[in-house]
Design a binder for this molecule. Structure first.
Ligand SMILES: *Cc1c(COP(=O)(O)O)cnc(C)c1O
Length: 243
């Protein structure tokens, strides 16, 4: 009989997930110990896009609490299936303004706000729900044409607009650096995001605690440069279903 992957609890898979998780937690701890502020809190977000529910459940059993999804139409059904668990969900993918109403109020943090229109859509829904939605602004530091994220020169304007929206709370910045084989090559971008955040806080007289940066290949460098949220997919789960 073929096992139903969604219902069967596979001890081999669980132990592999737990091993990956412990390994990544250890690497984060070691990277933190190389920093000036080793007591900074870093949250590991398990990026579960295109990963089966069974693996998410395995990681939940291994005590992982924060998960990240990139596609609204994939995320919402998964969240429904796991509604009994106390998972914190993060939205990390590109978000179309017309889908803002489906997302606001459902995620602990939305990492990918990059336009005033999108912010307004989220704000409107959060206001209707009478809640405050925490968000990050995604910054396109390298000004890559195909990438989402606000260009550097528009960052401060967008931050001002969001700060004026009472039902959004601006918690920091998010970055997807250009792809490099060598994680050291991403370091200047991570350091750049930290400087942007510090400058913005100074300019606007606010505090924003979070820097969401670092993925499977480069999260240690990101932590060394000040990340408070790292988004790790394949190093934790293995290859995605589309790979
Ligand atoms: C997919 C994705 C990740 C995780 O990538 P891995 O290389 O699998 O760790 C992180 N952040 C964003 C925005 C993503 O879309």
């Amino acid at each position: 009989m073929i096992a139903n992957e969604n219902n069967v609890h596979d001890p081999g898979m669980d132990s592999e997930l737990k091993t990956n998780l412990n390994h990544i937690r250890e690497k984060i701890k070691n990277a933190l110990n190389r920093c000036e502020d080793p007591h900074r809190q870093v949250t590991l977000i398990a990026v579960s896009k295109k990963q089966p529910i069974s693996k998410i459940e395995g990681l939940i059993r291994a005590s992982q609490t924060d998960f990240g999804e990139s596609y609204v139409q994939e995320a919402l059904p998964k969240m429904d299936q796991l509604a009994e668990s106390s998972v914190h969900w993060h939205f990390i993918g590109r978000l179309q303004t017309k889908k803002a109403k489906n997302v606001a109020g459902k995620f602990k943090l939305i990492h990918s706000v990059d336009s005033q229109k999108l912010a307004q859509g989220l704000h409107k829904k959060a206001k209707n729900l009478d809640l405050i939605q925490p968000v990050l602004i995604q910054v396109n530091i390298a000004n890559e044409k195909q990438k989402s994220g606000v260009p550097l020169e528009e960052l401060s304007g967008l931050a001002r607009e969001i700060l004026a929206m009472k039902h959004l709370r601006l918690d920091g910045l998010m970055l997807m650096p250009p792809f490099f084989d060598n994680p050291e090559s991403a370091r200047p971008y991570f350091a750049g995001l930290r400087m942007c955040r510090d400058q913005l806080c100074h300019e606007l007289g606010v505090t924003m605690p979070h820097l969401s940066m670092g993925m499977s290949g480069d999260f240690e460098v990101a932590v060394e440069e000040g990340a408070t949220l790292v988004r790790v997919g394949t190093a934790l789960f293995g290859a995605r279903e589309d790979c």
